[in-house]
Design a protein around this ligand. Structure first.
Ligand SMILES: NC(=O)c1ccc[n+]([C@@H]2O[C@H](COP(=O)([O-])OP(=O)(O)OC[C@H]3O[C@@H](n4cnc5c(N)ncnc54)[C@H](O)[C@@H]3O)[C@@H](O)[C@H]2O)c1
Length: 181
């Protein structure tokens, strides 16, 4: 049985008096999770009250989460989501304007622990340089979400050599530079 579910079922269904020895020892080993409240939709600055099963509060964990490709799409939504949960968020994007826009939207939610850096994640030297700036100005990054990516909407045989290299650089090779910082 899954320990978390086991302890939760045990603690909800009955107390330890009626348990077998084995059940009682599991109950002790896996105590009920701490109470989590208030509900997310009652908390200020929450953009997605319905999007998570668990009302996390990342501010207590002092997390600094860096999201690449934060200027648009999934990266933007992740940056906003992490910030709304209380993490410090470092936004990276090749597009300075949209990246700053994400940062400003987060600030408008009353979350000021947000930073924007322009960076092309396929450029190894630039990644290392910007990472150094982040370390100096923000501190160590706890979690990196290297989300920046691109697609080429063409059949493989119709793609030029440059297009193929660009897509592989951003979707594959950038992970090596980003995870080496
Ligand atoms: N959207 C989907 O349905 C989908 C499905 C599967 C996987 N993905 C992956 O998820 C990731 C995000 O997808 P999306 O739809 O949000 O993309 P998107 O095109 O909406 O946003 C990508 C962001 O990455 C930035 N970016 C592009 N090249 C960059 C570079 N070299 N350096 C730094 N930033 C760069 C862009 O400026 C943009 O802000 C991608 O890696 C994509 O391959 C998306």
């Amino acid at each position: 049985m899954i320990p978390g579910i086991c302890s939760s079922l045990l603690s909800r269904g009955r107390d330890t008096d009626g348990m077998s020895e084995n059940e009682a020892s599991m109950h002790t080993a896996f105590p009920s999770p701490p109470t989590v409240s208030p509900p997310r939709d009652k908390r200020e600055g929450q953009r997605y009250p319905e999007s998570s099963l668990y009302p996390l509060d990342l501010s207590t964990l002092s997390l600094t989460i860096e999201v690449t490709g934060a200027g648009h799409g999934i990266g933007k939504e992740l940056a906003i989501g992490y910030a709304s949960l209380g993490a410090t968020v470092v936004c990276w994007d090749i597009n300075e304007e949209t990246n700053k826009q994400t940062m400003n939207e987060i600030k408008m939610m009353g979350k000021n622990a947000v930073y924007a850096y322009q960076c092309n994640v396929t450029d190894r030297e630039e990644v290392f340089k910007v990472a150094g700036n982040v370390r100096e100005e923000v501190g160590d990054v706890t979690i990196l979400v290297n989300n920046a990516g691109a697609v080429c909407i063409k059949k493989l045989l119709d793609q030029s050599a440059d297009e193929i290299v660009r897509i592989i650089d951003i979707n594959l090779i950038s992970h090596y530079w980003a995870s080496d910082i």
